[in-house]
Ligand binder design. Structure first.
Ligand SMILES: [Zn+2]
Ligand SMILES: [Zn+2]
Length: 328
């Protein structure tokens, strides 16, 4: 089968590889679409250390079960996300925090992912997909969407609150739909006139550059840019008792900041790590109910490197999705 394989930092190699063979408790999936996530870029560019000699990235997979293990019927359309598995036995798994598992499996990082014609996944970690959401729309929901939703949970967002989004890429443009459904007022700070326009179209009550402060004290904020300066900007926009959730697996650095002025008053900074299967299920049900429509740009598998390039340059509005069937 054809796959985009990371063998050397910075570039994927398009090549023929053997078909993956599902083991016990796994399903073989024919990949229908695979979303491109910023984390893929961190893996390809080496900002996340390699866990194996070579890997096929991609962890927003919409696939069709090609050869089930009995647990999921052949032909079923399912999703696969970043959490490819957990041990089920560690302290965290036993306390309902499988996202923090001590022995996690990460799709497209510790095991092969979906930049390929086929992949395998643990049958107890595939996500049922609501029929109302088509392949292209489902793909970006599977990480960008779920993690954005988890960020709102981590930030403790309540209906009707003032919420700031710092950065406005693939994840934020899905998160704003949830916030609107929850009747929140959304304030978006981001660089790029186009991004600000998109945020306004999607219902932000205020938009500003990354240096501008929202005109109200925020109850909650979520940061999406891989930048510590942005986290501090978000922190400085919070009311007392407010929370910043950092939706980034990697930050350039965390700058020094003034505790007395910015964190005192029971403000909190929290990171958002991975997701649980419950987050995935709850978010996809909500996405189907409120009709979230991700903006998508399709890339054939042959152009996986170009898809990553658009993320590197931060030029894409919405989400990039790789479709193996779009080749030829
Ligand atoms: Zn565990
Ligand atoms: Zn991701």
């Amino acid at each position: 089968m054809k796959a985009a394989v990371l063998v050397r930092r910075g570039l994927l190699d398009l090549r023929q590889v053997p078909h993956p063979a599902p083991g016990p408790g796994e399903v073989l999936l024919k990949v229908r679409a695979c979303g491109v996530c910023r984390t893929d870029l961190h893996i390809v560019d080496g900002e996340l250390p390699p866990l194996r000699d070579s890997v096929i990235p991609g962890h927003q997979i919409v696939g069709e079960v090609a050869n089930g293990d009995g647990a999921v019927a052949r032909g079923t359309r399912v999703g696969v996300s970043w959490m490819g598995g957990a041990d089920g036995s560690c302290l965290y798994c036993q306390r309902g925090m499988e996202n923090l598992c001590n022995n996690p499996v990460f799709t497209g990082y510790s095991i092969n992912g979906g930049y390929a014609e086929y992949t395998v996944a643990r049958s107890d970690f595939v996500i049922p997909l609501p029929a109302a959401i088509d392949d292209l729309q489902a793909a970006p929901l599977l990480c960008a969407g779920i993690i954005g939703f988890r960020s709102l949970r981590v930030a403790g967002v309540q209906h009707g609150e003032n919420v700031g989004l710092f950065g406005f890429g693939a994840s934020a443009h899905l998160t704003i739909a949830v916030l609107r459904a929850w009747k929140c007022s959304v304030y978006v700070s981001t660089r790029g006139e186009q991004r600000r326009k998109l945020a306004q179209q999607l219902g932000a009550v205020w938009t500003g550059t990354e240096h501008e402060k929202p005109p109200v004290a925020l109850d909650r904020a979520v940061t999406f840019a891989p930048s510590g300066d942005v986290v501090v900007a978000a922190l400085s926009s919070l009311r007392k008792g407010g929370v910043v959730a950092i939706n980034a697996i990697h930050l350039d650095r965390m700058p020094q900041f003034d505790y007395d002025r910015l964190l005192w008053g029971e403000r909190q900074i929290r990171s958002v790590a991975n997701m649980t299967r419950a987050d995935a299920k709850d978010f996809l049900a909500l996405a189907s109910e409120i009709g979230i429509q991700p903006r998508v740009t399709v890339f054939p598998l042959d152009q996986a490197n170009d898809a990553l390039k658009t993320l590197r340059a931060d030029t894409l509005e919405g989400a990039a999705v790789i479709v193996p069937g779009a080749d030829k």
